[in-house]
Write a protein that binds this ligand. Structure first.
Ligand code: GLA
Length: 385
């Protein structure tokens, strides 16, 4: 039997957050080199994705997309070969509208010929945006159409939809055949953006699952306010603290978002590398059952302090404790709330995903003080006392 794509959330890197339009063949090749050298590949990251502005402004005389001759002088097939030679997969970008968000040709009414072109270039992943969609064209139909074009193009191409949550996407995206879907606007490299994406996505958890994952947008971990993309840098200079990047990664991981790195990995600092390659946090995200977490809010600080609890296929539970408030705060997870009353005669053996060791067995509750914007992540095992 053919192995289906995207059983678990895809992991990789995308050029947009740091480089915007400033992309080229050499950047993508050196990024692929670093993927291997830095240990990202070993940690499970797989897709190298080129975002917007890779093409010429016009299609060729037969209506086909043409790579920008200055940015990608060797063409896309040669680049795909290079990425594949590293044991990695190659992703590209197009748009359901007449133009991409950057004004390059979109795939509207060219879906089948473009899917054929991507297959010819040996592309493994297509991000599909929503700018310049004709107002009178139905978005669901356009995603179904591109999905069909990809599914019939003769190559396995993971379909990454990106319509920012518009037009009731949750109702129709899984049945369109897409493997992941953005349901938020664009992330920025600041804490406010991370927190607002969490707030807008927590209610979407029931809609995400194997083969069609809710995408909370690319990661900003390690950007520290650097890059060529003013839209992602926003007006806040300096990006986030390492604690905020740690919490951002933990939220995306336990909420089963695809993990697409957005920093310049060639210049990634030690803190970013540690966050992005934490094998315990990644294992929570990549759990084969892909169950979204439920939320238990702290009784006296419900908006910003909470636990996310996710059942794992091993029988264990991933537990994240989060403090998104601007002050140090207590988080007390009452085990009654997750199905474990004291009279059960059982407790939780808590394994800390940052110290990579057990912190002991607890009954009735686990209580901790969390610094502002910090989190704690555990894998908990139910044990007889
Ligand atoms: C949209 C998408 C972004 C990025 C840009 C490229 O804004 O949401 O992720 O792909 O387009 O122009």
């Amino acid at each position: 039997m053919k192995t289906p794509l995207a059983a678990v959330p895809p992991m990789g890197w995308n050029s947009w957050n740091t480089f915007g339009w400033n992309i080229n063949d050499e950047l993508i090749r050196t990024t692929a080199d670093f993927f291997v050298e830095s240990g990202l590949k070993d940690a499970g990251y797989e897709y190298i994705v080129i975002d917007d502005s890779w093409s010429e402004r016009q299609r060729d005389s037969s209506g086909r997309l043409v790579p920008d001759k200055n940015k990608f002088p060797n063409g896309m097939k040669a680049l795909a070969d290079y990425i594949h030679s590293k044991g990695l997969k190659f992703g590209m970008y197009s748009c359901a509208g007449t133009h991409t968000c950057g004004g390059f040709p979109g795939s509207f009414e060219h879906e089948f010929v473009d899917a054929e072109t991507f297959a010819k270039w040996e592309v493994d992943y297509l991000k599909y945006d929503y700018c310049y969609k004709p107002l009178s064209a139905d978005g669901a139909t356009l995603y179904r159409r591109m999905s069909m074009a990809l599914r019939s193009c003769g190559r396995d191409i993971l379909f990454s939809a990106c319509n920012w949550g518009n037009d009731n996407v949750l109702d129709w995206i899984r049945s369109s055949g897409a493997h992941m879907f953005r349901s938020t606007g664009d992330i920025q490299d600041n804490w406010f953006s991370i927190k607002s994406i969490f707030d807008s996505q927590v209610s979407h958890q029931p809609y995400s699952g194997s083969y069609c994952h809710n995408d909370m947008d690319m990661l900003v971990v390690g950007m520290h306010g650097k890059g060529d993309n003013a839209e992602v840098l926003g007006s806040v200079v300096g990006g986030c603290t390492d604690i905020e990047y740690k919490t951002h990664f933990a939220l995306w991981a336990i909420m089963n978002s695809p993990l697409m790195i957005g920093c310049d990995i060639r210049k990634m600092d030690a803190a970013a590398k540690e966050i992005l390659t934490n094998k315990d946090i990644i294992s929570i995200n990549q759990d084969i059952e892909c169950r979204g977490p439920y939320i238990i809010r702290q009784w006296n600080n419900p908006e910003n302090v909470f636990a996310l609890v996710k059942p794992l296929s091993t029988g264990d539970y991933a537990i994240g404790l989060f403090n998104l408030s601007d002050k140090r705060a207590e988080m007390s997870l009452q085990f009654y709330d997750i199905g474990l009353p004291v009279f059960s005669g059982r407790g939780l053996d808590m394994y800390d995903c940052y110290s990579h060791s057990s912190v002991g067995t607890y009954t009735e509750r686990y209580v901790t003080q969390l610094d502002s914007h910090d989190c704690a992540m555990f894998i908990a095992k139910v044990v007889k006392l």
